[in-house]
Design a protein around this ligand. Sequence first.
Ligand code: ADP
Ligand code: MG
Length: 297
Amino acid sequence: MSIEVTNISKVYGTQKALHQISFKVNKPEIVGFLGPNGAGKSTMMKILTTYLDATEGVAKVNGHDVNTNTKQVQQSVGYLPEHNPLYLEQYVREYLSFNAQVYGVTKSRIEEVITLTGLTPEAHKTIGQLSKGYRQRVGLANALLHNPDVLILDEPTTGLDPNQLVDIRNLIKSIGKEKTVFLSTHIMQEVEAMCDRVIIINKGEIVANKTLKELRDDKEQVVIVAFDYRVEDAFLLKLPKVKQVKNTHDFTYEITFDTAEDMRSHVFDFAHDNELKILQLNQKNASLESLFRELTS
Ligand code: ADP
Ligand code: MG
C-alpha cells in the first residue's frame, strides 16, 4: 500500500481541519483528492509529507509511519506544494541542484528530470522568465529528483491556461503509469481528465471514495413529479433516457433517467404535450456529480 491513512484528525487551535479521515492509495494509481477550498486537502497532504503533525491517527507512506519514520517517508515521497516556492532569480538547473544536493542525487539525474518534464527548451532560463505552466514543470521536476514512489501534488493545475493545463495533465498521467500520484483539486473535471479514483473531502470529512468507473455508472438521476391525474407507467416510459418509473403514491412518480443532464424540462414538455398539469417537480440528488455540486455551490 502506497498511502494508508487511519483515523487522522487535525486541529489548529480550536479549528478542526480534519476529522477522523481514513483512506488508502495503491501503486500505481492516480487518485484525485477533491474538495472545495478550506476542506482540508492541503492539511492532509502536509501531514503525508511530514511538514505537519497530525493531532490524532496514523498515516503511512510506503509502509513508513510519518510520525516515527520521517526520513524514510521523505525518501518515498515527492511533493509539489500548493504555493510552490520558486526562487524567481534562480536558473532552472541552479534551483534543481539545491534539492539534488539535499537528496544526494547525481547531476545526470537533474538532466533526466528536465527531459522527463519537458523542460529542455526552457532549462537555460531563470524561473522568473518562465510561464506558470513551465514553473509547474520545474516544481514537478523537483518533486521527481530523488525518484520517489509516491507523488503528492497540491493543486498542480490551478492557475494554468487551457494549453498548459492539457500539457501538465498529460505529464501527470504519464508519471502515474509507474508511480502513485495523489493530487488535490477543487475542480471535478480535473479528476475526470486524470484520475483512476476520487476521494471527496468536505469540511474535514471524507464524503465519497470511488473509482471513475463507479462514478460514471453513478451518472443517473431521479426526478420526482406529481401530476393532477393518474398516468400509466408505460406512458412515462416513453420519456427520453428513462430507465425506470415508480408510482410512489397517488399521482406522484419517481422517474430514473440514465443521464446526468437535468431532465426536468423534458418532463415538463411531456406533461404539456399530454395535457397533464404538474403539481410538483423535483430532482433528487443521487449522483456524485450532484453531490459535489451541492458541496461546492
Ligand atoms: P484546502 O487545502 O482544502 O483548501 P486547508 O487544508 O488549507 O484546506 O485548510 C483546512 C482548514 O484549516 C481551513 O478552514 C483553514 O482555514 C484551516 N487552516 C489551514 N491552515 C491553518 C493554520 N495554519 N492555522 C489555522 N487554521 C488553518
Ligand atoms: Mg489547499
